[in-house]
Design a protein around this ligand. Structure first.
Ligand code: HEC
Length: 209
């Protein structure tokens, strides 16, 4: 009889504990089994815990703070991720500044943006490969506006003729980056460096044949 009573009490306790553990919201993570498995020692900007005593009962940290405290005390507001220094401009992977001209500013981009990539045989070879991959479906292998996709959408520019011959490198870069009329932007598919390689290929090969 005593054993049955003890077992039923144990059952109630386990059920209660289980239900209690299910309660969790933004500030309370519920009761966790083996919490050290969940809480990273590394700084985590998105789950930052600023309460120094959180997890004290569990802690064996040398700095005597709670197990769950994971903020950087050396930063203002104990932030884990610092804000960029005021007035600085981020550069992307290739070291390029962000491209700030708007789609309609093609004229001024054409006058002001210059090609930072040095012209070499290797660059031309890359440019050719990229032109065939990204541009030839519409503009054709030789840039004459006669690609298979171009036949369907129509109105594709013949890059080898008329006023197109005189387009500046900045203008072509702008059109690849922002698109123009029925040609869409290729910024998400082609990195800035590769766009400039294509520009070299258009100017040096497509428009000189
Ligand atoms: C989906 C088809 C398509 C693809 C792919 C495409 N273009 Fe175009 N392109 C067009 C069309 C259509 C026009 C004419 C746009 C207009 O003026 O309405 C055009 C126009 C141009 C112009 C002339 C811009 C001007 O100022 O009139 C250039 C330069 C150009 N494309 C370069 C490229 C390069 C380089 C690529 C490859 C990175 C490329 N295009 C890929 C369809 C395409």
């Amino acid at each position: 009889m005593k054993i049955a009573k003890a077992l039923s009490l144990l059952g109630v306790a386990v059920a209660g504990l289980t239900l209690f553990s299910c309660r969790a919201d933004g500030d309370f993570q519920g009761l966790e089994y083996a919490p050290q498995m969940y809480h990273s020692v590394a700084y985590e900007p998105l789950t930052q815990i600023k309460d120094e005593s959180r997890g004290e009962w569990l802690s064996n940290r040398e700095d005597e703070k709670g197990e769950f405290f994971n903020s950087n005390i050396y930063n203002p507001h104990a932030m884990n991720m610092r804000e960029p220094v005021a007035g600085t401009v981020p550069r992307n992977k290739g070291g390029y500044l962000p491209y700030r001209y708007k789609a309609f500013e093609v004229e001024i981009a054409g006058e002001n943006v210059t090609n930072p990539v040095e012209l070499t045989d290797e660059v031309l070879k890359d440019g050719e490969r990229l032109f065939i991959q990204y541009c030839s479906p519409c503009h054709g292998k030789k840039g004459q506006g006669d690609g298979k996709v171009g036949e369907i959408i129509g109105g594709v520019a013949n890059l080898t003729g008329g006023a197109y011959i005189n387009l500046s490198e900045g203008h072509i870069f702008h059109v690849i980056t922002k698109g123009k009329g029925r040609m869409g932007s290729h910024a998400s598919q082609i990195s800035p460096e590769r766009r400039w390689e294509i520009v070299h290929y258009v100017k040096q090969v497509i428009q000189k044949q």
